[in-house]
Design a protein around this ligand. Sequence first.
Ligand SMILES: [Zn+2]
Ligand SMILES: [Zn+2]
Ligand SMILES: [Zn+2]
Length: 78
Amino acid sequence: MLREHPCHRHPPGQHTDTCLTGPCGFCGTTLQAIASGECRSCLRIVCEACDGGYDPDRGPICHPCTQPGTGPRARPAT
Ligand SMILES: [Zn+2]
Ligand SMILES: [Zn+2]
Ligand SMILES: [Zn+2]
């Protein structure tokens, strides 16, 4: 990990401006310039570049929560 994820500083799901508009806690990308959402597994804010598998119903799942080798990633090549 690069550093502490901003979502570690508040109760799960209760996001602050820091984690919603600041840098992505995983890669540092400014969230105002890239799509982001709440990981359905760890409830941390994950940016588009860091979501390991987006589910239309459940939302993004970040890479740290994605178990590699569990199957092919069904991700649209957009
Ligand atoms: Zn947060
Ligand atoms: Zn990121
Ligand atoms: Zn996660």
